[in-house]
Design a protein around this ligand. Structure first.
Ligand code: NAD
Length: 504
């Protein structure tokens, strides 16, 4: 078994024996160390330092800001194996997914470097002679980034790489369950800053600050009137609280919340491909992705064949220590997550569900205090209340349909709107699903599962998923303020809309 201490020290995390916050690994429940918890009373000081950093950083040319992010990408490349292992150790996803998470960080840095030369505005035709108009994007101010446990570092990087090239400092409040990966990222960032300075660039202090703490620290950041943007990733419950608080002070929020993602399997689907897509997206990361497949809406004519092959495959999944090669499913984050899964399965049964396979706790050698669960496949008579709720564990509910419109209505009839997909070889079904009257989600895929997005697209969802968009496309605009500018280069002062206001 891998040496936990070595993973910590490879990430520059030495003795972790001082502090009031204990950190455990979900792998076997062992204590990894103690860290110093920040308090609500620390928040004012941190935000003041961030404001000072903003004063210096916002005037720096964007391509120079991009150079810092380029160096961050290089440092992440050099740290990929070490950080990937720490992600596995602290949040329990299998090592290849830990590496994938760091690769995603590298990818967003590359994207942001290019973006630093492409923060394009617009020129606009003016109705007045001798005038021109344009639209320019300016830095917005300190950005608070509140993150969830299941993507402990990638979500930070999506926000930070964009915020930095857009001219903003960042204050990071990671999940209380994963502070160590955050501390390791701070060290990586510091190495990038040091190289940036060595090559002659000014870099303000406190461009990135970390607040390790509980939800109350996140709340204090949310309430702070000098925090221009609160980018919060987590449960819908958290997002409702954050959204309301930020709106009260007329701040801006970017919310990335819970999902309840479906796959429609049509009669023409390639069932072998469908099976593989279901497996990765329903049981990968032990069902702990916001984009995890939770609802399978399958046509009655192909249901038996698909369910038979899924039931067989579910029985052969390697559930083990996520650091061990070949493991496909690691532990749930903690006991409350396992208990939540059991509770949902009980409700599913009460609502007429039939557990086809899985659901039980799995004992993994040497990991007695880890909560490993066999992914569950549950046949449901209808899309009842338990199916409409996101349970952050590997439960896949199966519903049957006979008519395409019925399947689409079922796909859209949940409070969340993150990711969706269809498996079909019928172009009419595929295009209908992607049309304005099709899927109501932020992400819609054809012949691809709902999870595992690339960074090039804007990521996020509608309804109770919060409406925010991060990562690629023009998501950067959320991190800037828009200014409409009108310049008069004539010797007259005409008013818009032909209004006359002549004074002798
Ligand atoms: P969580 O809501 O318990 O916590 C997320 C973060 O919010 C933590 O840092 C926590 O301390 C903080 N927080 C909690 N209450 C707060 C409040 N009132 N004010 C400010 N901060 C507060 O979520 P979790 O259990 O860590 O993560 C799982 C959830 O996150 C799932 O619902 C999942 O779907 C969602 N998620 C969404 C995305 C996305 O991009 N849409 C990505 C990852 C996870």
């Amino acid at each position: 078994m891998a040496d936990f201490q070595k993973i910590l020290s490879d990430n520059g995390l030495g003795a972790l024996d001082e502090g009031d916050m204990e950190v455990f690994t979900p792998i076997d429940g062992a204590l990894l160390g103690k860290v110093i918890k920040d308090k609500v009373s620390d928040v004012d000081g941190v935000v003041a330092k961030s404001m000072a950093a903003f004063d210096a950083w916002k005037g720096m040319p964007a391509p120079v800001r991009g150079e810092l992010v380029r160096l961050l990408g290089e440092e992440l490349r050099a740290s990929k194996e070490a950080l990937g292992a720490l992600v596995t150790l602290e949040c329990g996803k299998v090592y290849s997914e830990g590496l994938g998470e760091v690769q995603e960080m590298i990818d967003i840095c590359d994207f942001a470097v290019g973006l630093s030369r492409q923060l394009y505005g617009l020129t606009i035709a003016s109705e007045r002679p001798g005038h021109h108009m344009r639209e320019t994007w300016h830095p917005i101010g300190p950005v608070a980034v509140i993150t969830a446990f299941n993507f402990p570092v990638a979500v930070w990087s999506w926000n930070t790489a964009l915020a930095l090239v857009c001219g903003n400092p960042v204050i990071w409040k990671p999940s209380e369950k994963t502070p160590l990966t955050a501390m390791a990222c701070i060290k990586i960032f510091e190495r990038a800053v040091s190289r940036f300075q060595k090559s002659g660039n000014d870099c303000p202090a406190n461009l990135l600050q970390l607040l390790v703490g509980q939800a109350d620290v996140g709340q204090a950041l949310t309430d702070h009137h000098d925090v221009s943007l609160v980018s919060a990733t987590g449960s819908t419950r958290m997002g409702k609280a954050v959204g309301e608080q930020v709106a009260k002070r007329m701040g801006k929020s970017l919310l990335e919340l819970g999902g309840n993602n479906a796959m429609i399997v049509c009669p023409s689907a390639d069932l072998e491909m469908t099976k593989r897509a279901v497996l990765f997206s329903a049981v990968g990361t032990a069902g702990q992705r916001c984009t995890t497949l939770r609802r399978l809406i399958v046509h009655k004519n192909v249901k038996d064949e698909l369910i038979a092959s899924l039931t067989k495959a579910y029985g052969s999944l390697k559930i083990a220590n996520p650091l061990e090669e070949g493991t496909l499913i690691g532990p749930l984050i903690d006991d409350s997550s396992f208990n939540g899964m059991q509770e949902a399965l009980r409700s599913a049964k009460e609502q007429g569900g039939n557990i086809l396979v899985g659901g039980e706790r799995v004992n993994v050698d040497g990991c007695d205090d880890g909560y490993y669960a066999a992914p569950a496949l549950v046949d449901m008579p209808e899309q009842s209340s338990v199916v409409e709720t996101e349970t952050f564990a590997p439960i896949l509910y199966v519903m049957t349909y006979s008519d395409f419109d019925e399947a689409l209505a079922m796909q859209n009839a949940v409070p969340q709107g993150l990711s969706s997909c269809i498996f079909t070889t019928d172009v009419r079904e595929a295009e209908y699903f992607l049309s304005a009257v099709g899927s109501d989600c932020g992400i819609a895929n054809v012949n691809i599962g709902p999870s595992g997005a690339e960074i090039g697209g804007a990521f996020g969802g509608e309804k109770e998923t919060g409406g925010g968009r991060e990562s690629g496309s023009d998501a950067w605009k959320a991190y800037m303020r828009r200014q409409t500018q009108t310049i008069n280069y004539s010797r007259e002062l005409p008013l818009a809309q032909g209004v006359k206001f002549d004074v002798d």
